[in-house]
Design a protein around this ligand. Structure first.
Ligand code: AMP
Length: 419
């Protein structure tokens, strides 16, 4: 038996869970104040939901990065590699297009990709996902980007760079892909294997290649932004104008193309300075047409996904991880057998107002106080036969060492006054 987490997965240990709580609260408050509501789709879906949405050239498909299995009922299922497809499936299934538009939805949870594991790249990782559905104009795009930006700031990050691009309308993409095919076909054999496959399926994605040689070859070519149609150009200018108005710094990214095939027009990423090669904290774009391909009515949409592990990495780098939570207000120390039950019973009643822990076994004062110190308690309260005889607890402030005897009935007041 291997007592080991599966490669590419990890445990969120108690020392880290407060950071996760902080994340969830910050997401819920920041997005909630903009009318974005939480939705919790299942972790797996029928495989066709992803097949219909992600597109055949995505690495998830080409590199077989999806965790796919058949269940005992013969259903072909896939662990979600991203949230958008499942959220949109839910939007269609529950007729959410009849709700006041735009419908804004956020989610937080794990996603699964059978990728090569490296720093910032896991097989079970977590995303905060956000979708704005029902609004075709650049305002929705700008709001989506601003919400992401403001969320990262609320989480404590500052050195952020928004990279704003556009993959154009479908006809722009087709024309650009035709241009790339013509330009790259003669040099095909100089390209990496992945890029050769992309050239066949969706040439635009060659721009995303990590190979330096591929990058040198595409450097001389026109980028999607150089070849946008009038409408896609106007849309991009609209998004840029809102962001400028709102004081959100961005760079135009001429060759940003996202890993999934469903994007139209706006595509964007946010990077943090100084967390290395995997610096994309989040990315997203517009996906008009995707709701339709999942069986819903024509519905424009824009969304993004933020990588939680990458954000935590950036927060750690910036020394901005939230402080660990405080220890108990008081730690009760039974000094004889009888006091064990007394400590447990008193803990239960004090917990109506305080964080209280107690030793489960009889402790001498030295050991008991060491236990109290180790859990980070503010006070220790000790009980032995002398205290029992007088109906008191010896209350000791651990940092100052000050101590006094307090009648059991007055312990709550004493803690209240001094905490
Ligand atoms: P994507 O859906 O590929 O645009 O990913 C959105 C964000 O999720 C990225 O910017 C990363 O921050 C994060 N992400 C994607 N894949 C992984 C992974 N394998 N491990 C950790 N984070 C990831």
């Amino acid at each position: 038996m291997r007592s080991q987490a599966v490669k590419g997965t990890y445990d969120i240990l108690p020392s880290a869970t407060p950071t996760w709580q902080f994340l969830r609260e910050t997401v819920s408050t920041t997005l909630g104040r903009a009318g974005v509501q939480e939705i919790v789709p299942p972790v797996f879906e029928y495989s066709e939901i992803f097949d219909k949405s992600i597109g055949e050239s995505a690495d998830l498909v080409v590199q077989k990065e999806m965790y796919r299995f058949e269940d005992r009922g013969g259903r072909n299922l896939t662990l979600r590699p991203e949230f958008t497809a499942g959220v949109l499936r839910a939007y269609v299934e529950h007729g959410m297009h009849t709700l006041p538009s735009p419908v804004k939805l956020w989610s937080l949870g794990p996603a699964f990709r059978a990728e090569n594991v490296q720093r910032g790249r896991f097989r079970q990782f977590h995303q905060v996902n956000c979708e704005i559905l029902g609004s075709p104009g650049p305002l929705a795009d700008a709001e989506a980007i601003a919400l992401l930006h403001d969320l990262l700031v609320a989480l404590g990050l500052s050195d952020l760079r928004v990279a704003l691009g556009s993959v154009g309308d479908p006809e722009d993409r087709d024309a650009y892909n035709a241009y790339l095919r013509e330009a790259l076909e003669p040099r095909k054999h100089e390209l990496s294997e992945t890029s050769q496959e992309r050239l066949r399926l969706n040439p635009m994605r060659v721009l995303d290649s990590k190979s330096e040689q591929d990058q040198a070859i595409v450097a001389e070519l026109d980028k999607p932004l150089d070849r946008l149609g009038t409408e896609a150009r106007a849309h991009l200018d609209g998004v840029a104008a809102y962001l400028s108005d709102w004081g959100i710094a961005f760079d135009l990214a001429p060759s940003i193309v996202r890993g999934l095939d469903y994007y139209r027009r706006t595509a964007f990423e946010i990077h943090a300075e100084g967390i290395g090669a995997q610096s994309a904290l989040a990315g997203g774009g517009r996906y008009d047409g995707l709701v339709e391909s999942l069986g819903g009515p024509p519905t424009p949409g824009i969304g993004w996904a933020m990588g939680v592990e990458r954000v935590f990495d950036a927060l750690e780098g910036a020394g901005k991880l939230p402080a660990p939570p405080a220890g108990p207000d008081v730690f009760l120390i039974p000094m004889d057998e009888e006091a064990i039950g007394e400590a447990a019973a008193l803990s239960r009643s004090l917990r109506a107002h305080f964080h209280v822990q107690h030793a489960y076994v009889k402790r001498n004062p030295g050991k008991g106080l060491r236990d109290a110190d180790r859990v980070g308690a503010t006070y220790a309260a000790l009980r032995g036969d002398r205290e029992r005889a007088q109906g008191v607890w010896t209350l000791k402030h651990l940092q100052s060492g000050e101590q006094r005897e307090v009648p059991e009935a007055q312990l709550a007041d004493a803690l209240q006054e001094n905490l």
